[in-house]
Design a protein around this ligand. Structure first.
Ligand code: AHR
Length: 326
């Protein structure tokens, strides 16, 4: 009797397992640990949304998300936690380029592939990560400079002295390095251009507002604000408003901004920001495609650049703005 019951029980268990087991592993969720550097800007929020939407359970992923709140040490902790959790992939949006060697060595030791997104990392051993996807930040800076040169030419101001206030993003981040390099290179080409101040705005509106407000107490003669993201432009515009200085297409200060998030493009359309260089945050589907490639046993391209453009008041339209996803 006992044997019969035992046999029946085993059979039932086997049937239950067969029913609940995913078809040959096809529905197994891919476990991904994503270390996001923070939430400093509208761009970053759009990026987080894109990543969490793409790496969702409906799309076959189990996402472990960590917001490092602008601190590299939090990112290091998060990555170590993902290693402990034995995730299938680690995705890292690094706050800066340096300081990743040791922790990525640990991930490599654990056999977990690492995908870098947005900014880049600087490591001697390129095998410490599988691939990177993001923007060509130097190219973004070059787009901004070409626009400025054409704008000055068009307004018969080429060759005239130009006083530039430079609001910089987080020091050591690829976005800062690339956009800054383009400006500094242009200033070397144009002896009549002068950078009259470099303010460390850390990509936030609040910091930029405070710095520009204080700067304007001593210096009001500014021709151009080169702001390394939209939120810092918003902060600068707030400070300019308070100081009673005009800006934009009908004003004195020319504003060049980076990211082209919705609110900035609206301001550009209204002529309050002269030019916005696009920095595309929609990396979620790109990262998920890279993971799928690796799941299929393929080796993705190491460097994956996203194509971007520049928007300016004269050519921007309501329709274009409506089509934008962020
Ligand atoms: O790395 C991309 C930059 O980071 C964006 O320009 C900025 O808004 C963000 O914080």
């Amino acid at each position: 009797m006992r044997k019969r019951y035992l046999g029946l029980l085993l059979l039932t268990l086997l049937l239950l397992c067969a029913c609940s087991r995913p078809d040959s592993g096809e529905t197994r969720l891919i476990r991904v640990g994503f270390s996001q550097l923070g939430s400093e800007s509208d761009w970053r929020l759009a990026n987080t949304c894109s990543m969490t939407a793409a790496l969702s359970e409906e799309n076959g992923f189990e996402l472990l998300f960590d917001n490092a709140k602008q601190r590299q040490e939090n990112q290091l902790l998060a990555i170590r936690n993902f290693i402990q959790e034995e995730v299938d992939y680690i995705v890292l949006a690094p706050i800066m380029e340096s300081g990743w060697e040791d922790v990525l060595q640990e991930a490599k030791g654990a056999g977990i592939p690492v995908i870098i997104v947005d900014r880049q990392i600087s490591v001697e051993d390129a095998d410490l990560y599988s691939c990177w996807v993001g923007s060509d930040f130097r190219e973004e800076g070059e787009l901004a400079i070409s626009w400025l040169e054409a704008f000055l030419q068009h307004n018969s101001r080429a060759g005239e002295p130009l006083r530039i206030l430079h609001i910089q993003g987080t020091e050591g981040a690829t976005a800062q390095i690339g956009r800054t390099a383009a400006l500094e290179h242009a200033v070397r080409r144009h002896p009549e251009w002068e950078i009259i101040g470099v303010l460390p705005g850390e990509y936030t509106e609040a910091k930029s507002y405070e710095l520009v407000r204080d700067f304007l107490k001593a210096e009001r003669d500014i021709d151009v604000i080169y702001s390394e993201n939209d939120n810092m432009s918003f902060g600068a515009m707030h400070a300019l408003d308070e100081a009673g200085l005009s800006y934009g297409s009908d004003g004195h200060v020319t504003i060049i901004s980076f990211d082209a998030v919705h609110d900035a493009l609206q301001l550009c359309l209204e002529g309050r920001i002269n030019a916005c260089v696009e920095c595309n945050p929609l990396h979620g589907p790109r990262v998920s495609a890279l993971i799928r490639q690796m799941e299929d046993g393929q080796t993705p391209e190491k460097q994956n650049y996203v194509e971007e453009t520049l928007f300016q008041t004269d050519t921007l339209t309501e329709e274009l703005l409506r089509e934008r996803e962020y």
